[in-house]
Ligand binder design. Structure first.
Ligand code: HEC
Length: 156
């Protein structure tokens, strides 16, 4: 809701008229304070308060660095290509090749997305924690990918 409409609706419900200036300006102040809640300056509609994460930034900082050696364009491990230009279509809404019923990326559901579960080495995954034969990704990097999924897993 826009601030002006917040003001208007509060004004109407309080029955404000030009004569009741003090009451109306008090309500306006509280509407401003509510709208500007200083606790979180990074509010996004879907991301639960995280900064917006673009798929391109994940591609450039994670997939193209840590994954494409195996998840190649032409003969990808697990049939999952993570190369620039192919990764998105190989992930979002695509079933796992290794674990039946699992889906690689489920929009808005990071915890059940198999990509995340493989990166976390979660209980019940098939095969190894990713990246294979390398150190696990830092928790903050996994969180960034989770945020991207929670923000709608956009091709952005
Ligand atoms: C050294 C090779 C290697 C690297 C590097 C690697 N992977 Fe894998 N990946 C594999 C192999 C082999 C499999 C299939 C066996 C398994 O699941 O353990 C696999 C499976 C997966 C799967 C499961 C796919 C499915 O459909 O079930 C995901 C998700 C995955 N990798 C993501 C990644 C990500 C993300 C990275 C980079 C952070 C990465 N991998 C790095 C070799 C690799």
């Amino acid at each position: 809701m826009e601030l002006t409409s917040v003001y208007r609706s509060q004004r109407n419900s309080a029955g404000c008229r030009p004569g009741s200036f003090n009451l109306c300006s008090g309500l306006l102040l509280s509407a401003i304070l509510t709208a500007c809640d200083g606790g979180n300056n990074n509010m996004t509609p879907d991301g639960g308060g995280a900064d917006t994460v673009s798929f391109k930034s994940i591609q450039d900082s994670v997939f193209s660095v840590n994954c494409v050696q195996c998840h190649t364009a032409t003969a990808p491990s697990a049939g999952l290509s993570l190369t620039d230009g192919l990764a998105y279509a190989n992930l979002v809404g695509i079933g796992s090749s290794g674990q039946s019923g699992a889906v690689r990326v489920i929009t808005n559901d990071p915890d059940n997305s198999y990509l995340i579960r493989k990166l976390q080495g979660a209980e019940g995954i098939t095969g190894e924690r990713m990246p294979r034969n390398a150190d696990p990704l830092p928790a903050a990097t996994i969180q960034m990918i989770k945020d991207w999924i929670a923000q709608g897993a956009l091709d952005n």
